[in-house]
Structures are given as structure tokens and as C-alpha cells.
Design a binder for this molecule. Structure first.
Ligand SMILES: Nc1ncnc2c1ncn2[C@@H]1O[C@H](COP(=O)(O)OP(=O)(O)OP(=O)(O)O)[C@@H](O)[C@H]1O
Length: 268
């Protein structure tokens, strides 16, 4: 598999400005499924041009949070803002700036790569001609231009994920959410996906929220949110979270914060 090329024209990396409007703001969000509490008073921000890792075990509440941000579920308590637009009050403006890669695959396996992209572009009201141009450009940048007419069914798992990321970028969002996007991929495909998304941050200034339970997907320069049993136990630059937990590495910090056993192989 060829490494994906950068999606944007290279330009200077914008440094995150702490005073800027956050790409994503989660303020005091709680959610319950009937009597079962899934999220309790969750608050954190994702800055533009930053990579924020949302680290949590199975059942921590990551997918529930994604469902609230994307409006699959109504917000029961609290507020979610995307570049200052309240997703409950101004969903059109907010969601226009958002791209999402959900944990389950959502491609149509019997359509071609291009057809999948064109269908998604039509949902966003992008003209057919513009959609064709953007699709060809994005397929080139993920190294799949020669597969444009193939059925998605014939792609590898890593290629499908790259296509899903390309699809999420078609409407040129400024915030990208990815829910455990590397699950089930081999080491090379995982590395390709991670470096591709990190390029989007450094080269296009996109804010990224990356949900994971894998420590080795987090880098010292990342912002980290530790979510456990629906509560935020720590948030901030990774090195600060580690230091404040009295630890020397993220694995130990996570274990101290949550009381969880760290699994061999670098996963929470
Ligand atoms: N539709 C639902 N109905 C009832 N309870 C739910 C529902 N979806 C999730 N839950 C519960 O809410 C809590 C949070 O689940 P959620 O799927 O958000 O966690 P997660 O961090 O995404 O986990 P995973 O990594 O396994 O996907 C869990 O206790 C889960 O059992």
C-alpha cells in the first residue's frame, strides 16, 4: 500500500491560539440512557490545528459523546459548540464545519469509490461538477486514484478507512471527529491512517478529536482527555496530564487516574 499523500497544499503550520474560538467546546454535558448514566458533566475543548486524543476504555462514553456532537442524539444537559455555533440552536452552521468517521464502516460496498464520494457530496449540496473535481483530488491524495472505479468491497480495511476520511473531508470541514478509526487494521495501515490525520492538523489547521483506547496512538505534543465511566478524569497537554498524575508515561498515568489494569500491547 502506498503512503497517502498530503491532502492539502503544504503551507505553514498555524500554531494553536489558546484565545481562538475552540473548534469544539463541550460544556457540562451529561447523558443517560434511561436509568443508566453514560456521561456526567463532561467539559473540554478541542483547539483548531490541534490533535486531541479522547482516551477511554470500552464503555467510557466516547461513542455517546460523538452521537451528541453529531446530533444523532439530542443533548439532554449541557452545550456543544463547533467554532462557536451551538449544535442544538444552529445545527446547520455547526455541522457544516464538522467531518466525522464513525467506528462502524458506513461505505456502500457495492458502489465504486467515486460513487460513494459523489453520493456524500450530493448530501452536502455540492454541485456535481465540483464534487467530481474534489473526489478526484481526494482520491489522489489518499493514493487510491487508480481504484476510483472499483467497488469498495474490493478494498482492504485500511483503504476503506482512508476513503472514509476522504469522504469526511469532501465538504471541507474545520473539525474532524474519528471514533477508534484504526480498530481491526494492521500495523502499517494504522500508521498510515495516523500520519495522514496528523498531516491534516499540521498542514490544513484542522482540529481533530481522535477517540482511542490505544496509548501508542498518542504523541507528547497532543492534548489528552481521559474519559472513564462517563467522567473526565484529566485533560490538557499530554505531558502535563502525565506529570499531574505523578507518572512518567501515559500508560502509568492512565492506570493511576482510573485504577484500571493496563493491557499488554499498549492498550487501555
Ligand atoms: N443505546 C444504548 N442504550 C443503553 N445504554 C447504552 C447505549 N449505548 C451505550 N450505552 C451505555 O453507555 C455507556 C457508554 O457507552 P459508549 O458506547 O458511549 O462507550 P465507548 O467509550 O464508546 O465504548 P466502546 O469503546 O466500547 O465503543 C456504556 O455503559 C454503555 O453500555
Amino acid at each position: 500500500m502506498t503512503s497517502p499523500a498530503p491532502i492539502a497544499e503544504p503551507h505553514k503550520t498555524p500554531r494553536p491560539d489558546p484565545a481562538a474560538v475552540p473548534a469544539l467546546s463541550i460544556d457540562s454535558v451529561s447523558h443517560a440512557y434511561g436509568p443508566r448514566r453514560a456521561l456526567t458533566d463532561v467539559s473540554f475543548n478541542v483547539q483548531p490545528a490541534s490533535f486531541t486524543a479522547l482516551l477511554g476504555l470500552n464503555g467510557a462514553g466516547k461513542s455517546t459523546l460523538f452521537s451528541l456532537i453529531t446530533r444523532l442524539f439530542g443533548i439532554q444537559t449541557g452545550r456543544v459548540g463547533i467554532f462557536g455555533h451551538d449544535v442544538s440552536k444552529s445545527p446547520g452552521e455547526a455541522l457544516r464545519l464538522l467531518g466525522v468517521v464513525f467506528q462502524p464502516r458506513t461505505l456502500d460496498l457495492d458502489l465504486s469509490l467515486t460513487q460513494n464520494l459523489l453520493y456524500h457530496a450530493a448530501l452536502h449540496g455540492i454541485s456535481r461538477r465540483e464534487a467530481a473535481t474534489r473526489s478526484a483530488e481526494l482520491l489522489g491524495r489518499i493514493g487510491l486514484e487508480d481504484r476510483a472505479g472499483s467497488k469498495v468491497r474490493d478494498l482492504s480495511g485500511g483503504q476503506m478507512r482512508r476513503l472514509e476520511i476522504a469522504r469526511a473531508l469532501l465538504h471541507r470541514p474545520r473539525l474532524l471527529l474519528l471514533d477508534e478509526p484504526t480498530v481491526g487494521l494492521d500495523v502499517k495501515a494504522r500508521a498510515d491512517i495516523i500520519s495522514h490525520v496528523r498531516q491534516l492538523v499540521t498542514e490544513q489547521g484542522i482540529g481533530v478529536l481522535w477517540a482511542t483506547h490505544l496509548f501508542d496512538e498518542i504523541m507528547p505534543s497532543d492534548d489528552l482527555v481521559v474519559l472513564h465511566q462517563g467522567k473526565v478524569l484529566a485533560r490538557g497537554p499530554m505531558n502535563r496530564v502525565i506529570t499531574e498524575a505523578g507518572a512518567l508515561d501515559v500508560n502509568t498515568a492512565f492506570m493511576r487516574l482510573t485504577g484500571a489494569q493496563v493491557m499488554p500491547g499498549g492498550g487501555a
